[in-house]
Design a protein around this ligand. Sequence first.
Ligand code: ATP
Ligand code: MG
Length: 354
Amino acid sequence: MFNIFGPKSYLGVDIGTTSIKIVEIARGEPKPRLINYGILESAGHLERINNAIQTSSLKIVDKDVAELLKTVVKKSNFRSREAVASIPSFSVFITLLEFPKMPKEEMINAMTYQIKQYIPLPVTEVTFDWFVVGERQDNEGFFKEQVLLVSVPNEVINKYKNIFKLAGLNLKALEVESMSLIRSLISGDPTATLIVDIGARSTNIAIAQENSLRFNQQTDFAGTSLTQALSSGLGINIRRAEELKKERGLLGTGDEFDLSTLMVPYLDAIINETKRTKDNYEKKTGAKIERVILAGQGAKLLGIEKYFESQMALPTAIGDPLIGVDYSQEFTPLIKELAPGFAVAVGLGIREFK
Ligand SMILES: Nc1ncnc2c1ncn2[C@@H]1O[C@H](COP(=O)(O)OP(=O)(O)OP(=O)(O)O)[C@@H](O)[C@H]1O
Ligand SMILES: [Mg+2]
């Protein structure tokens, strides 16, 4: 039908610890269309730990984040004011539960009565949701239904509502960032996959199977750890270390030191956590993880793909959230370069079109 208001579009808003990334996505055929994007990176985080945009504590002032959000929206000239935003995994409790297979009504009853024991806060203080994500036959031959329980403290939800209101945006939906990653990076593919999103302050490790989130873990070892390793190892300031890391990654050698030797212990910390997550999931469910997808701007580290692949002994690729959208040629090559870091934002932006 002819739409006199023009095609409706949505903003996918990813508020990370050191950056705000936004994409604007409109309806399109056959794929949703990326019509604009913007990023604001806080350079301050390199010097002072308190300058992070997003922290796991709730201390950071909503008003300041709202101002930053407003700035990106204005500078990038976004048309829409309808936003879909992500909640970082460290603010959420995600648990995979297994129940004997039962009719849907019984499951609803069971969850209503049992949910308390799985939530680390009083039920009145959290908003929760649960989904039947799969089914499996255990070693004794019994059928088990797998239920993913996601709970978010109300305090966190209210904080987001407040930030978006202050920024003049209409918050349509909030979702856990891992779900956005799955939508943009592997939509439609049932393969059991580890998605490792390497940000500045934290690395988020999600397991997707049959196209849904099954497990989530995170670690504080991330991009900043690598920069700090270079800075202290080479006796150079943080800014220089950050530049060196981006320029040469694991492939380059410094004047006297091998850069990769300094960074590898921290990369190994991320890899070990990924292995642990994989082992726990496989043990718990009997499933077999088949591949790794890297995301976040930390995934742009030169040579990371190969190193991860050899250590994990699993096929490893850098995720490309642009495969699920159409976009105009003028955006390439910049958006291509930024793509792994925009995986969460794109997943949020296409949510209403899936
Ligand atoms: N070319 C590059 N090579 C290596 N690392 C890079 C490159 N570009 C950016 N990074 C690193 O990526 C990190 C930022 O990633 P990203 O933008 O995904 O984080 P964020 O979403 O703000 O943070 P978080 O996910 O922790 O909340 C920084 O540590 C930065 O140094
Ligand atoms: Mg991030």
